[in-house]
Ligand binder design. Structure first.
Ligand code: 5RP
Length: 234
């Protein structure tokens, strides 16, 4: 099975098992969530799903939902009122306790807000994302206010990280997020206490949000390259 097929398996499973008529659905960002978006769109066409409203975590998923004819709204819509039935999103790294590193697409601030607003936070990933401990594969993406760059870099180095300002492709200079901020990728090596680090990073002046998502995911679906579906549940 190809990697794309493994992502599709996970993306479809999340919709099949967790999205029902009338739900307000948070939609994450990345390549795996595209399969969940396609699945929602197909079910709306066939009538297997009705009356769905999606709140998106990025311009990417907003545009994709709109292209697929899926109704899109915001957390401030009175019908939503800051509460979602379910949020579905991808991840860059997942540990055995369902803690995550996210932000490979630079959208983790909205992703965390939307996940925190949902009764259930469902993660869709392929098997490459699985780790024993976070930090084995990914640095932590940290969204920062541009003017704080040097202050934040110093603080991260003092905390033992190797921080790198994320540079754009097909644009000169750094990545600028959907919120108009920079992203610093901070490599801390293996992270033994991710919940503690998640809080500490957000205490650095200039940090908007970091990509550690601890104690948030309720279920993770892994599409496996052998064609099977694996699951971690809280
Ligand atoms: C974006 C994210 C994505 O969900 C994460 O990078 C996973 O993406 P993909 O499904 O393409 O591997 O956190 O900020």
């Amino acid at each position: 099975m190809s990697l794309e097929d493994a992502k599709k398996l996970a993306g479809n499973a999340a919709v099949d098992k967790h999205v029902a008529n009338g739900m307000r659905v948070g939609v994450g960002s990345g390549s795996t969530i595209e399969f969940s978006i396609q699945c929602i769109a197909n079910k709306l066409i066939t009538g297997d799903l009705k009356d769905i409203n999606c709140v998106c975590t990025s311009y990417q998923s907003t545009l994709s939902c709109q292209e697929h004819g899926i109704p899109v709204t915001t957390l401030d819509d009175p019908r939503v009122n800051g509460h979602l039935d379910v949020a579905i999103d991808g991840a860059d790294e997942v540990d055995a306790n369902l803690n995550l590193i996210k932000g490979g697409g630079g959208a983790h601030t909205q992703e965390k807000i939307i996940a925190s607003a949902a009764d259930q936070f469902i993660v869709v990933a392929d098997e490459r994302k699985r780790s024993m401990k976070l930090g084995e594969k990914w640095a932590i993406p940290i969204e920062i206010i541009p003017a704080s760059l040097n202050v934040v870099l110093k603080r991260l180095k003092a905390a033992g990280a190797e921080p790198v300002l994320r540079m754009a492709e097909k644009k000169m200079g750094p990545v600028v997020t959907d919120n108009g901020n920079f992203i610093v990728d901070a490599n801390f090596g293996i992270i033994n206490n991710p919940a503690d680090l998640e809080c500490k990073l957000n205490c650095i002046p200039g940090v908007v949000e970091n990509g550690l998502f601890c104690n948030m995911a309720t279920v993770v679906y892994f599409g496996m390259l052998d064609g099977s579906l694996d699951m971690l549940r809280k």
